[in-house]
Design a protein around this ligand. Structure first.
Ligand code: PLP
Length: 380
């Protein structure tokens, strides 16, 4: 089955117990045993739940992996993945990852004895130089958040294989519709399903897809032991969202490209970051490894923080909010919102300036979006 069909049919659908065409929400904590020592498949919803199972199977199929796991949030998924490691292990991470990922690594996991090096994942020499005897994991994000830098997966996987490092990618921005990292040899794929997979700004959730039975068993153990799993109703919402993922992603991309092209020519805009633009440093790699460029556009305004505030206050169709990947267009200011958890010097070093705005381009009519940007920019 092809992607669009899997998005609608993967997993146990229709429901095997009742024939329900919509996956039932198995809103139950526990399951009655058939006999002593004999279940009907599930015994307790933390360990496994039939609604969650359909979502987990669907995401695993879409990513082309072995098994999937659904978590309460993207951060719950990431926290669980980090517990594959042990005290004393070293991780090399992209330096412009999601702000919450940076915070989890730097402010939480270091207290448990993990070590981190953050660097731009665009140079094989600097990645190799950062590898230590205790390095175990490479953590990647492409396109990255909010700078939309592109990581060359072939290059990174080559290094990881040579040094026997576990590769993890946060595929939230691209989604499996535009990028299938497992085809490049990535070991684990992480998602915030809060974003495009759900796509309707009405749930928080996370997912992990594994490529080997060994990783799957360990992840299932950790999910159950740590209790980081997703609730049945949230799983159902994400399943419903995924059914329209292909058509949504196509339209997000079409609208984002139009917005990027509009901003590119505007005198109040210093630079536009969108991997679909030829001017973007990662454009050629993105064109080669992705099927599309996604729906997020970042841009830098001239006129500093005052200009940013005026612009954000004037927007009418774009809402001022964190998050991304939903049907509705959102604008946010990384330096004070999504990436406020990153120290200022670190933000400046990686290029998250005070003038930077991140736009999650939604599914409204694109002329309404560019006209909204126009009227807000004209006030500057
Ligand atoms: C939002 C996001 C996360 C965190 O996910 P939550 O569902 O908010 O916990 C992780 N990575 C990326 C790229 C994100 O955009």
């Amino acid at each position: 089955m092809r992607f669009e069909t899997l998005a609608i049919h993967a997993g146990a659908r229709p429901d095997t117990a009742t024939g329900a065409i919509s996956v039932p929400i198995y809103q139950t904590s526990t399951f009655v045993f058939e006999d002593v020592g004999k279940t009907r498949g599930c015994d307790y919803s933390r360990t496994a739940n039939p609604t969650r199972k359909v979502l987990e199977d669907t995401i695993a199929r879409l990513e082309g992996g072995r098994a999937g796991f659904a978590f309460a949030t993207g951060m719950a998924a990431e926290t669980t993945v980090m517990h594959l490691l042990k005290k004393g292990d070293h991780v090399i991470s992209g330096d412009d990852v999601y702000g919450g990922t940076y915070r989890l690594f730097q402010d939480v996991m270091t207290d448990f004895g993990l070590e981190f090096t953050f660097l731009r994942m665009d140079n094989s020499k600097s990645i190799e130089e950062a590898i230590r005897p205790n390095t175990r994991m490479l953590w990647l994000e492409t396109p990255s958040n909010p700078l939309l830098n592109i990581v060359d997966l072939e290059m990174v996987v080559n290094i990881a294989r040579r040094h026997k490092l576990l590769t993890v990618i946060d595929n939230t921005f691209a989604t499996p519709y535009f990028l299938r990292p497992i085809e490049y040899g990535i070991d684990l794929v992480v998602h915030s399903t809060t974003k495009y997979l759900n796509g309707h700004c009405d749930v928080v959730g996370g997912a992990v897809v594994t490529t080997t039975d060994e990783l799957a068993q360990r992840l299932q153990f950790l999910l159950n032991a740590m209790g980081t799993c997703a609730a049945p109703f949230d799983c159902w919402l994400v399943l419903r969202g995924i059914e329209t993922l292909p058509i949504r992603m196509k339209q997000h991309q079409e609208n984002a490209l139009a917005v990027a092209n509009y901003l590119k020519g505007h005198p109040k805009i210093r630079r536009v970051l969108y991997p679909g633009l030829k001017s973007h440093t990662g454009h050629e790699i993105a064109k080669r490894q992705m099927k599309g460029f996604g729906g997020v556009v970042s841009c830098e305004l001239t006129g500093g923080i005052k200009g940013v505030n005026t612009f954000l206050r004037r927007l009418k169709v774009f809402s001022l909010a964190e998050s991304l990947g939903g049907i509705t267009s959102l604008a946010e200011h990384p330096a004070t919102m999504s990436h406020a958890s990153m120290p200022k010097d670190c933000r400046e070093r990686v290029g998250i300036t005070n003038g930077l705005i991140r736009l999650s381009v939604g599914l409204e009519n694109v002329d309404d979006l560019t006209e909204d940007l126009e009227q807000a920019l004209n006030r500057l």
